[in-house]
Each structure stands twice: as structure tokens, then as C-alpha cells.
Design a protein around this ligand. Structure first.
Ligand code: LHQ
Length: 263
């Protein structure tokens, strides 16, 4: 049986997935990937869970691929990065980007290499002031993977994405916020409670509308305006049929806060 390297914690409708290899800055192994995939599958199927927070134990969010792990080799004996990407990173990226519930990457510390891109695949990135992000691949002679070359230019624009990826410079949390990579920066001492409050508020939101909004945003990346308007119409009709919309309307008319059931 492999060592457990991922902890799942629950607080109401919020699930926290904690990368737990603090001695290795939560670097990602095949085992940790398998645990992550299976935890995300369980949380996707759990109706009680509305928000998933991905964070790290200790002083880092995660330092990317564990560079001490034995990597596969091709028939000529060269290290072959194809298998770990195909088996672990690419499915994780798709699982996150297509996840039907709200996902938050809570950067308690550095998010480096593939782990920066995994954070960017979450819906919202929150960071402690001392955290940083880094497309560090170039420093070891690799290209950015884990969806980075698709995500980063769409978030910050192509010029900035080029500079960040070609230099591999560290991006301090506050700067990452000004680039649109991070939504909110918390003082280190307030990070944990700030993230918990932020996630709880989202978990009390209309889960169905969240799911449909995520779908509209995801599909917008490949759609022309006309197709997107049609999609919005169809998804908005679905939202309009929901109990949450009925409650939202009623609460507005009664001048009180809505209590969403998520359906
Ligand atoms: C680590 C790691 C690590 C193992 C720190 N692995 N032990 C690649 C290949 C395969 C398939 C798919 O994709 C990829 C994508 C990638 O993610 S490539 C990018 C991989 N990550 C990196 O290049 C970052 C490597 N780490 C660092 O540059 C530094 O550790 C950073 C800048 C993250 C932090 O520096 P410090 O704060 O000075 O900490 P440290 O270097 O002293 O690290 C603490 C410990 O963690 C240390 O272990 P030790 O036993 O000596 O105390 C490190 O060896 C270990 N560690 N990152 N990726």
C-alpha cells in the first residue's frame, strides 16, 4: 500500500484537498496524482459538496513534478515524459477544467512548474502574501506543460505569457493579482481563515447557476459569439427553471438574503 499524500477535510459544503508531502514542498508523484484523481471523482459525485479548495501543507502549495521520482524511459533509454503527462497531468487538467463545482486554488506558498498550471486550472486562485507562482520549467530545460501554454495566454495575454514562460521568473502574489492570475491576496496570518470564509460564502451560493456559469465560460473558449448567445439562452432557461431562481426572486421581493438549495 502506498503512503497517503493527500488529505481530504470537510467543513459544511466545502471540501479541502490538502497536498501533504511538506518535506518535498508537496511535489507531485504518480501516487499523489492517483489520490488526487480519485478524490476529485468522489467529490464530484458527492451532492453535499459544493466547493473544493486545493491547497498545500507546510510552506509550499506545490513545487511541481517530483524531480527525484524515477521517470519512464523509451526503448533507447532516454527519459520519456510522455507517459506521466498522458496518465497523470493531462487527465487532471481536464478533470479540473471540466469540474462541475467551484474549485479554488489556495496558494499557501509557492506554486511552481506544473503546480502553477494546476492552480490556474481552478476557477479562482487565492494567495498568501508570501506565496509566488513560477513557470519554472525553463530552468530545467523543459516547456510549460499541464495546460500552461493554453491557460496562461488566455488569462494574462500572449505577450506577458511569453515573458513569464521564457524567463521562468517568480511572480510574487501581489504582482500575480495585478496580472489577473490571483483574485485575492491575504496576509499570511489571515490566509487560512480568509480562504475558509471565502469558500463558505461561495458554498452558500446557487450551485446550479455556478455549474452552468462554469460550463458557459468553458465553452466560450471555442465558440463564436452567435453560438455562445445560443448557449447562454439554453443555460439561462435551465437556470430560470430552478428552485434557486424562484428563491432569488422571492428573496429580492421580500428584501432579504436568499437561501439557495442548489437546485
Ligand atoms: C523537491 C522539489 C521537486 C522533488 C523541492 N521535486 N523535491 C516535469 C516532468 C515530468 C512530467 C511532467 O511535468 C513536469 C513538469 C514540472 O513540474 S517540471 C518543474 C518541476 N519543479 C521545479 O523545477 C521546481 C524545483 N524546486 C525548486 O526550484 C525549489 O525547491 C523551489 C524554488 C520550489 C523552492 O526553493 P526553496 O524554498 O529554497 O526550497 P528547497 O529547494 O530547499 O526545497 C525543500 C525540499 O523540497 C528539498 O528537499 P531536501 O531533502 O533537500 O530538504 C528539495 O529538494 C525538495 N523539493 N522541489 N520538484
Amino acid at each position: 500500500m502506498s503512503e497517503t499524500t493527500l488529505r481530504t477535510e470537510r467543513a459544511g459544503a466545502v471540501a479541502r484537498l490538502v497536498l501533504a508531502r511538506p518535506g518535498k514542498l508537496n511535489a507531485l508523484t504518480a501516487n499523489l496524482h492517483a489520490e488526487l484523481r480519485s478524490a476529485l471523482e468522489s467529490l464530484a459525485a458527492d451532492d453535499e459538496v459544493r466547493v473544493v479548495v486545493l491547497t498545500g501543507e507546510g510552506r509550499a502549495f506545490s513545487a511541481g513534478q517530483d524531480l527525484t521520482e524515477t521517470l519512464p524511459r523509451d526503448e533507447q533509454g532516454r527519459i520519456d515524459l510522455g507517459p506521466p503527462l498522458a496518465r497523470d497531468y493531462n487527465p487532471l487538467l481536464l478533470q479540473l477544467v471540466d469540474f462541475a463545482k467551484v474549485t479554488i486554488a489556495a496558494l499557501n506558498g509557492p506554486a511552481v512548474g506544473a503546480s502553477m498550471n494546476i492552480a490556474l486550472a481552478c476557477d479562482i486562485v487565492l494567495a498568501a502574501r508570501s506565496a509566488y507562482l513560477q513557470e519554472a520549467f525553463v530552468h530545467i530545460g523543459l516547456i510549460p506543460d499541464a495546460g500552461g501554454t493554453w491557460l496562461l495566454p488566455r488569462i494574462v495575454g500572449p505577450r506577458l505569457a511569453s515573458a513569464l514562460m521564457l524567463t521562468g521568473d517568480r511572480i510574487p502574489a501581489e504582482e500575480a493579482k495585478s496580472m489577473g492570475l490571483v483574485y485575492r491576496v491575504f496576509e499570511d496570518a489571515e490566509f487560512e481563515s480568509g480562504v475558509a470564509d471565502f469558500a463558505r460564502v461561495l458554498s452558500e451560493g446557487p450551485a446550479l447557476a455556478h455549474r452552468l456559469t462554469k460550463r458557459a465560460l468553458r465553452e466560450s473558449l471555442g465558440n463564436e459569439l452567435e453560438a455562445q448567445l445560443d448557449l447562454e439562452t439554453s443555460l439561462q432557461r435551465e437556470a430560470g427553471f430552478s428552485m434557486d431562481f424562484a428563491e432569488g426572486l422571492k428573496a429580492f421581493r421580500d428584501k432579504r438574503s436568499p437561501r439557495f438549495a442548489g437546485r
